[in-house]
Ligand binder design. Structure first.
Ligand code: NDP
Length: 257
């Protein structure tokens, strides 16, 4: 039996074991997926010895990138890894958040421009996923914008923001996660939404951001599909891409509902 886990701190709230175990059971795959609370990032490499592959969540994605022997795909751009596979005693790192996000927004169809609210870890994945659309990264404070500027993205703080027309608006901030608050002033958000077509929130539930988007008649989605697709792509990698990502994703969605 193959052994997988999710490393993070906290991990208690995670629905990944539920998603992965349900999908493996229904696909007849011999594996078990657990969650592992890690206190110290320096123990990640050793902790991996007990598993065939793993997912890594906050706050260990950067450490996971550093300990890999080989990095695949866009994980190289964001220097953060959320999936590690062991192959011939080497650690191979991937970031499935990027393609998970792209799969999740696929149903919106075509768009020409994007505005990303927030500049944390998840904003990096979203920004590189949308790089060809030349998105603007808008954050309440300056510090985290450095990374984006250094990588050729347009950036602004709330104070510098001049407005503009953006077709897809993405909330990557944690505003709305535990409190009924907007990521940016309601009046400004409403002006942005009035010129937009689509709104996406990485948070898994209905947020004030999404409610306002619906009031402005935008097509909108929460982050559940991104969670599902990043997991489905990871599970497909765990089994050497022998399984269909869409089929896994459908099972994982069932597991959540
Ligand atoms: P980080 O802590 O790395 O970044 C948080 C960002 O949010 C920062 O830019 C911060 O701004 C901003 N922010 C926090 N609070 C507020 C606020 N009240 N108003 C405005 N801006 C705020 O977090 P992550 O990027 O890792 O995660 C962000 C969210 O995305 C979480 O809610 C998480 O659950 C969700 N997520 C969902 C995923 C999915 O698969 N659907 C995947 C990953 C994350 P500042 O720099 O000024 O502090």
């Amino acid at each position: 039996m193959k052994k997988f886990t999710l490393f993070g701190n906290p991990v208690e709230h995670s629905k990944s074991p539920q998603m992965h175990n349900f999908a493996m059971k229904h696909l007849g795959l011999d594996g078990i997926y657990t969650k592992t609370l890690l206190e110290n990032e320096n123990s990640l490499k050793q902790a991996l010895e007990n598993f065939d592959a793993a997912n890594i969540t906050v706050p260990f994605k950067e450490k996971a990138y550093q300990i890999c022997d080989l990095i695949k795909g866009k994980a190289n751009d964001i220097k953060a890894v959320n999936t590690i596979i062991k192959k011939n005693d080497k650690l191979i790192g991937y970031n499935t958040d990027i393609d998970g996000f792209l799969e999740a927004i696929d149903e919106f169809g075509e768009f020409e421009s994007a505005l990303i609210l927030g500049a944390g870890g998840s904003a990096k994945a979203v920004a590189f996923a949308l790089k060809e659309k030349n998105p603007l990264i808008l954050n309440r404070s300056e510090k985290r914008l450095d990374f984006f500027r250094q990588n050729g993205f347009k950036t602004a703080t709330f104070n510098q923001f001049q407005g503009g027309k953006f077709e897809l608006i993405i909330n990557t901030t944690s505003a709305g996660l535990n409190e009924e608050i907007y990521p940016i002033k309601e009046q400004i958000l409403e002006q942005i939404f009035q010129k937009a077509k689509f709104a996406f929130d990485l948070i898994y539930h209905q947020t004030p951001f999404l409610k306002l988007a619906q009031k402005c008649n935008l097509a909108s989605k929460n982050g559940e599909d991104m969670l599902v697709f990043q997991g489905a792509i990871a599970l497909s990698l765990f089994f050497s891409k022998t399984q269909n990502v869409k089929e896994i994703a459908n099972l994982m969605k069932k597991a959540l509902n």
